[in-house]
Design a protein around this ligand. Structure first.
Ligand code: ZN
Ligand code: ZN
Ligand code: ZN
Length: 396
């Protein structure tokens, strides 16, 4: 909700809009059309409810921006006049018509849109990657001559570089998640004899208690379930002598601003580890730490993946590391930059991402170790999580 926006938050959003407009100009995009997804709250502080009624920010490369919003949601948008004009629509209106007519006005007053490469009278629109298909298809019918690209082509590389306010929120989120991890590792959250779902619920409650406004997920995978990276915590009762992968995160907002995400994984043992589990964990730990150290400005995102993967491969567990090494994080849990083979984009100061290799033995056990890392202004990796990186034994 956008109320009482601080001057600092407002200035940050205006700076983002300026950068976005510059990118639109470079890419020949006339209008950025933002509906569901993180781009809208990133630029305006307002998050559209993922319902059928259309919310759409029409941000033109030149000219005023208009937020088309269901009239019943309009009270939640109060106080952002400096960023855009509010255009509420009622249930008896067609919001697609409204958006099309805003874009059409540009054609009449602005000299028939772009000329040159895209042709006389053609406008080029970038639309939210997460907009409903019905919205995009409706707009395409109304604006038959327009060209369409994904909004992420404009926004994602800008959004990936966090500003000061965003870094502060990510830091607070990371510290709060660390405190929950420390409770797990300190044995304050009982494991043996409880179901995964029960433990997951307690982790979720603690994320809120430690300052998150929202819980995004709390994975608890025990024994053979730990071999499934995104295991849905269920009715399995945790027993002694097994690995328990706990991967959890929420959204943390500073000064009433949009929430920024935490995401941490620690693997616990309910009793002394077997020598095989111990050996695997040492490989995992060195892979994760080498990958974190390698994550410096100028290094490609895929290089960090390669560093973690080669250590696990050399130890003979290459086939058991079944996912990419990491993902960017911000307003969304998963966003650019992705640490994955094929992403040759260089890391930059302000990038924030997870480093989370894992080793998963099907039907037996699994382990993962995850920290969020920010590239500092000096180009060095700065982990936001410092909870014990070892294979901590609890309930022994
Ligand atoms: Zn994941
Ligand atoms: Zn995670
Ligand atoms: Zn993650």
């Amino acid at each position: 909700m956008v109320t009482e926006l601080s001057d600092r938050a407002l200035a940050a959003r205006q700076a983002r809009i300026t950068r976005v407009r510059r990118r639109m100009e470079q890419r020949g995009v006339d209008a950025l059309l933002l509906s569901h997804g993180a781009d809208l709250p990133w630029l305006t502080g307002y998050r559209a409810m993922p319902l059928e009624r259309l919310t759409m920010l029409v941000l033109r490369q030149a000219g005023e921006s208009v937020l088309v919003v269901p009239s019943l949601e309009a009270p939640r948008v109060a106080g952002a006049d400096d960023l855009f004009t509010l255009l509420p629509w009622t249930d008896d209106q067609d919001p697609i018509d409204l958006v099309a007519s805003i874009l059409g006005r540009k054609d009449r007053t602005g000299g028939a849109g772009r000329t040159g490469a895209t042709g006389e009278g053609t406008i080029r629109c970038a639309v939210s990657d997460r907009a409903w298909a019905a919205t995009v298809l409706g707009l395409q019918r109304q604006l038959a001559a327009a060209e369409w690209i994904e909004a992420s082509a404009i926004t994602s590389s800008i959004r990936a570089v966090k500003d000061e306010a965003e870094l502060a929120a990510l830091q607070m989120a990371g510290a709060a998640a660390d405190r929950v991890a420390a409770k797990l590792q300190g044995g304050e959250i009982g494991l043996v004899g409880r179901t995964e779902a029960d433990v997951s619920g307690q982790i979720a409650a603690l994320l809120i208690e430690e300052g998150h406004q929202q819980v995004n997920f709390a994975i608890v995978g025990s024994g053979p379930n730990a071999a499934s990276p995104h295991h849905e915590p269920g009715g399995r009762v945790i027993v002694a002598g097994e690995t328990v992968v706990c991967d959890f995160g929420g959204s943390f907002s500073l000064d009433g601003d949009v929430g920024y995400c935490s995401d941490i994984t620690r693997t616990l043992m309910t009793g002394p580890p077997s020598s095989q589990i111990e050996q695997c964990y040492q490989v995992l730990l060195s892979a994760q730490q080498a990958a974190v150290s390698s994550a410096r400005a100028g290094v490609s995102a895929e290089h960090v993946d390669q560093v973690a993967r080669s250590i696990i491969l050399d130890a003979g567990f290459g086939d058991l590391f079944i996912h990419r090494t990491g993902h960017g994080i911000g307003i969304e849990e998963h966003e650019d930059p992705y640490l994955v083979a094929g992403n040759s984009e260089p890391l930059e100061p302000g990038h924030a991402f997870s480093v989370e290799p894992g080793i998963y033995w099907p039907d037996r056990f699994g382990m993962r170790l995850e920290d969020i890392v920010v590239i500092g202004s000096d180009g060095s990796p700065q982990p936001l999580n410092s909870a014990d990186h070892g294979l901590v034994v609890v309930d022994a």
